[in-house]
Design a protein around this ligand. Structure first.
Ligand code: URA
Length: 437
């Protein structure tokens, strides 16, 4: 195996094995060596095997705050850095670590933009049980995710809100490293997650950023302590890089809202923009909007009023039209449905987010491989949530899809994941904590 090829002076500045040994033995890697490592890996001079060993050493031994900052800077330097200077308004973005039924970006971006703030929301597609924002929006006939940098700038100036595909030019080192981590059991390293997420967000050029870091069964981080550590690490990284950053630590043990899928999540987002929608979706949208507007210098913005009086809806319609979508078009409908009813009267005591996410994915709402298509009409509509009182025979949830053969596998995923009992469960706060620099 050739571990280093095409050597030139820059390539030979450090030795990958020395860098790996330093981290393996719990030492601190110098800034120059880290910059070199990321650059040499991106160019193909450092082999996948070496980078995987380094990632495992980071997973086991961690990184200092300085190392994480340098690693993030190196990943930013691997690609383009966008700038929204000249836009004439502040920019603020939101990033969620992902969850089941998490459609918050859809109502949030136009809501915040309705206050004259630019929201450049560069998003991805879903993989596995967490949905992707672009997949949801692609349920809207005509809507396109691909925008050039010039189109992005113009839409931010004219409309304020943009949700579009992140170009491949942002942090290409992260793209390569993330794919490697995925197959080497090193995704879970907090320094690597934090530098991965923040390199893309900082390269995007936003002035401010609000992070929705989720914990619980449907979240990337199940454990609240680890979610808190991730949130603190990312807030520190953003702040150190001059991006005003705060985070909310939010509960993802139960699906968010009453829809899991794509078209049905768009429908629910429109309900929120029309001043209705499920209480938890409204609560989180409002909490994140307040954080974003405070960072954009508008701490007194009346967010609820913009939802109630149609300003946020106007902003949504302009955002969808600007990307060739028809906000009035009918959304895709499932050909088949299957409803599960309450077996007895009582309270819904449990609905575990992860199995509901897996079931929606098995119905066709998500994809197993990046190149797979999604079925926009597939998913799950919930009719009750934990804490709700139900009577025997009352619908609890409905599976949606085009293909009845998928229903059995979805129902298998849901076995033991929900419960109706005689006592109302305790309600946990949705927003547990706010984390600032
Ligand atoms: N999302 C990312 O973009 N990177 C990670 O490492 C994990 C989640």
């Amino acid at each position: 195996m050739t571990l280093r090829q095409g050597q030139g002076p820059a390539v030979e500045r450090h030795d990958a094995v020395d860098v790996i040994r330093t981290k393996r033995d719990g030492g601190e890697v110098s800034a120059d060596a880290l910059h070199w490592l990321i650059d040499a890996y991106t160019r193909g001079y450092v082999a996948d095997a070496q980078m995987a060993a380094f990632a495992m050493a980071v997973l086991l031994n961690g990184m200092s705050r300085d190392e994480i900052r340098v690693m993030t800077e190196a990943m930013i330097a691997s690609g383009e850095r966008m700038s929204f200077e000249g836009l004439g308004k502040p920019t603020v973005d939101k990033h969620s670590t992902g969850g089941v039924g998490d459609k918050i970006t859809l109502p949030l971006a136009p809501l915040v933009a309705s206050f004259g703030v630019a929201v450049p929301q560069l998003s991805g597609r879903g993989l596995g049980h967490t949905g992707g924002t672009l997949d949801k929006l692609e349920s809207i006939p005509g809507w396109t995710a691909a925008l050039s940098n010039d189109e992005l700038f113009e839409q931010l100036r004219d409309v304020g809100a943009v949700i579009c595909a992140a170009g491949s030019g942002l942090a290409p080192a992260d793209k390569k490293l993330y794919a490697l981590r995925d197959v080497t059991g090193t995704v879970e390293a907090i320094p690597l997650i934090a530098s991965s997420i923040m390199s893309k967000k900082i390269a995007e050029g936003t002035d401010a950023l609000v992070l929705d870091v989720k914990f619980g069964s449907g979240a990337f981080m199940r454990d609240v302590e680890r979610a808190r550590e991730l949130a603190r690490t990312m807030v520190a990284l953003g702040t150190d890089s001059g991006v005003a950053t705060t985070a909310l630590l939010t509960d993802m043990n139960v699906p968010l809202g009453l829809t899991i899928g794509n078209a049905n999540e768009v429908r629910e987002s429109v309900e929120v923009l029309a001043g209705g929608g499920p209480a938890d979706v409204v609560e989180l949208t409002v909490a994140l909007a307040r954080e974003m507007l405070a960072l954009a210098g508008k701490p007194d913005a009346d967010v609820e009023a913009a939802l109630a009086d149609g300003r946020a809806m106007d902003s949504w319609r302009a955002m969808i039209r600007a990307q060739d979508g028809d906000p009035d078009a009918a959304l895709p409908e499932p050909r088949e449905t299957h409803t599960v009813n309450a077996p007895e009267s009582g309270f819904v005591t449990r609905m575990d987010a992860l199995p509901f996410g897996v079931a929606a994915w098995r119905l066709g709402a998500g994809r197993a491989r990046a190149e797979d298509p999604v079925m926009h009409a597939a998913g799950i509509d919930l009719h009750a949530k934990p804490g709700d009182e139900v009577t025997a025979g009352q619908p609890l949830f409905t599976l949606l899809g085009h293909d009845e053969t998928r229903f059995e596998r979805a129902l298998q995923a849901l076995e033991g994941s929900w419960e109706v009992g005689s006592d109302a469960p305790d309600r946990n706060p949705l927003v547990l904590e706010r984390i600032t620099a």
